[in-house]
Design a binder for this molecule. Sequence first.
Ligand SMILES: Nc1ncnc2c1ncn2[C@@H]1O[C@H](COP(=O)(O)OP(=O)(O)OP(=O)(O)O)[C@@H](O)[C@H]1O
Ligand SMILES: [Mg+2]
Length: 407
Amino acid sequence: MTEQGEPMVSLKNVYKIFGPDPRGRAYDLSRAGVDKDEVQRLSGHVVGMKDISFTVNRGEIFVVMGLSGSGKSTAIRTVNKLHDITAGEVIVDGTNVQELRGSALQTFRREKMGMVFQHFALFPHRNIIDNTGYGLKVQKVPKGQRDAAALKALAMVGLEAYAQNAVGELSGGMQQRVGLARALCSDPPILLMDEAFSALDPLIRRQMQDELMVIQEKLHKTILFITHDLNEALRIGNRVCILRDGYVVQIGTPEEILTEPADGYVAEFTQDVDQGRVIDVGNVMHDPVVLDASESLTAAIDRLGKRRGGFVVDADGRPTGMLWVVDAGSALAHGTTLLSDVLRTDFATTTSTARLNEVYAAAGSGFSIAVLDEAGHLIGELEPREIMEEMGRVEQLIDGFEREVFL
Ligand SMILES: Nc1ncnc2c1ncn2[C@@H]1O[C@H](COP(=O)(O)OP(=O)(O)OP(=O)(O)O)[C@@H](O)[C@H]1O
Ligand SMILES: [Mg+2]
């Protein structure tokens, strides 16, 4: 996980009711807990957002995820004030955006946020570099400076070589990259991305997700990313907010969403997700059993207790050998009594931030995996069967919710 900075975008108890009298009966009904469909039936008004609160911290990718009509676009549009709100507060970098208007609003948007949408129009008669630098042109930034910024932004999305090409010469995926470059060009601290990758085919989409994460490593933007795809949300989000019918169902890290879904609704979403891509080794590992190379094999087995593998470490705490309980048993049976005679050196290693699916291959050996910190010190240990058990636990959790929901 990235470290969390201070709040950059905060929605506080925001309501957005669509209709001629947004603060009238519909608002009262919604506040009283009447659901969206019922409010619509009773008042003819649509509840876009119901008491939504969330905070996006500086430097994080915060993903808002939900089905069509759950209020995702409405929520992101309150941040740049494309929508007025019915009640609540939207604070962006210390400013109450909803109180801004006219040129103050224009300036605020320009300086604070770049936007990327699913279908944004590039100007067909301008080449790529001009499209990328268009926002700066509007701000009357001189051409030399503007082109330099545009080239830098294009380089970030891998399109530097296409700067002089016409829009029509680029594929859809490349055009979407230009959209991202255009948002990055004026170097705003906040990126608002509404289904920015949703129109792309799966392979290109994955590439774009990867690239966004690489760019984020370098630039540390504050990103509010909207998607209806949970896989995408869990893949790129530091935290994910799940909306349903205009309200927040759960906010959490991808791991929390998967392993502690707030209700059956969330659990149902998580069914199709490859859990191994989201759960960290650190979440599953155990404290390592550290053995002394000079101790007897029987003493070492005793110290393993319920664990099946233990490690011998050097003076700096780096593992140099692994005792596997099965080896120990057969060695004893053959009369070996020294631990040092039975140690394996071909054990696999990983880090606590690796995802479970990254250790699948190593788990295939069947032996304990050593978890190391950045300096190579032993900080944990993981048995292959535990990886499988963790997956099974998540499956069971989902089954449990299903019974609760459907029986
Ligand atoms: N301008 C509007 N006037 C009336 N109702 C609106 C308006 N914009 C959105 N809504 C309604 O508000 C609710 C939330 O819509 P919103 O566009 O935020 O959903 P979304 O989660 O972005 O969906 P999608 O995945 O389809 O983009 C929906 O019921 C929608 O019909
Ligand atoms: Mg939308």
